[in-house]
Ligand binder design. Structure first.
Ligand code: ADP
Ligand code: MG
Length: 368
């Protein structure tokens, strides 16, 4: 029997376009002999569209109001947006006959990678690929992520959390606090974002003020971190209780750091797989990545990113991405390919892991 898989893509975050690319790649690679794919696009406004035309519609439609309505489950203008009743209805339509075996949420960023959609899927009792509610939320929030990593004894660069409210009250005091703990340059990041959106490197007080304005645009909570000159090392994690790691890779950004343009626009950043690291460092990266995954209680997959100080040689854990860019040419899949796992095999394993994790939950409930 074919497994019926709903693939969710698009979404309401700044990483909507990235998700369209990842979602398309997943749908194209799921073996049609084994899986029946149900495409589910989520517009920027939060409307769910199910059906074969969903992906094309999101790609062509910059404006959700202009989307063709022929395949919309709820094509009623009154249902635009994310009202609970609209989502509930659309979701129940998706799974009307209870025939859905699992969901693959290929969503990046807030309202998708952050535990929100995972919570919906938990409530619906559906297995889904990837991290659960808590791991997704913690992995999305750079401040909570760092707290979990610190509790697990993982190596982090010095950092501090700044709230937008504090900036509004007394931004000079906040700048002074930053300067007392860190030295320039510093990186300023919205806590809940990704793809380098809203992140700046500040070289002085004036730059710090601008960086705060930029980051505060995206989030109430802002992480300020010691800036270093670093090599960027990444590694893929796959598994549940005993996560496996791929060979590590290295990203060589086209610019001074790996900003949005370097990631997606200029095409000039380079990728080296495996990363040219000595055996000891390679093992350290793998060990820290698995520990980072367990520290947030990860499931299924994650990509763990490190900063390797070019001056001191120190290795710092930078972040975990619970739903990294997910095309065959994304780092995540490429590092697995270099480790002997094809993209299609990776999808098979992720689906198995999702079903396995779901079983564990059911077992847990029965055992109580
Ligand atoms: N502390 C730091 N020192 C040097 N470079 C950094 C630092 N923090 C972030 N960067 C640069 O900014 C990029 C994006 O930061 P990151 O924390 O990975 O955010 P995102 O979740 O958006 O990928 C990194 O890939 C790196 O190039
Ligand atoms: Mg990153």
């Amino acid at each position: 029997m074919k497994k019926r898989v709903a693939v969710l893509f698009g979404g309401q975050s700044g990483e909507h376009e990235v998700s369209l690319v990842s979602g398309y790649a997943v749908m194209a690679a799921l073996d049609p002999r084994r899986y029946e794919v149900l495409p589910v696009g989520i517009t920027r406004a939060g409307r769910w569209l199910a059906g074969p035309g969903a992906h094309a519609a999101l790609v062509v439609a910059a404006d959700p109001a202009r989307l063709p309505t022929s395949f919309l489950p709820v094509p009623n203008a009154a249902d635009e947006g994310t009202s609970a009743s609209a989502i509930q209805r659309e979701f129940s339509l998706l799974n009307a006959d209870g025939a859905l075996d699992l969901v693959f949420p290929v969503l990046h960023g807030p309202m998708g990678e952050d535990g929100t959609v995972q919570g919906l899927l938990e409530l619906a009792g559906l297995p889904y690929v990837g991290c659960g509610v808590a791991a997704s939320a913690v992995g999305m929030d750079k401040a909570l992520m760092k707290a979990a990593f610190a509790a697990a004894g993982l190596p982090l660069l010095p950092w501090l959390l700044v709230r937008r409210a504090e900036l509004e009250a007394d931004s000079e005091a906040v700048c002074a606090r930053v300067e007392a703990i860190l030295h320039y340059p510093v990186f300023v990041k919205p806590a809940n974002m990704g793809s380098s959106v809203g992140i700046s490197k500040a070289h002085d007080r004036a730059g710090l003020r601008l960086a705060f304005d930029e980051a505060a645009h995206y989030d109430r909570r802002i992480v300020v971190e010691q800036g270093i000159t670093a090599r960027e090392i990444e590694i893929s994690v796959l598994g549940n209780e005993y996560p496996a790691t791929s060979v590590p890779g290295e990203v060589v950004p086209s610019g001074e750091w790996y900003d949005y343009a370097a990631k997606y626009l200029d095409g000039a950043s380079q990728i080296i797989i495996p990363a040219p690291l000595d055996v000891g460092l390679t093992a350290q990266v793998a060990d820290l990545a698995a520990r980072a995954f367990l520290a947030i209680d990860g499931a299924g997959l994650a990509r763990v990113d490190f900063l390797l100080d070019k001056v001191t040689g120190e290795l710092w854990l930078n972040e975990i991405n619970t739903l990294p860019g997910f095309t065959p040419i994304s780092m995540y899949a490429k590092m697995w390919a270099a480790s002997g796992l094809t993209y299609a095999a990776l999808l098979d394993q992720l689906i198995e892991l999702a079903l396995e994790r779901h079983q564990t939950k059911v077992g847990g409930a029965l055992a109580r």
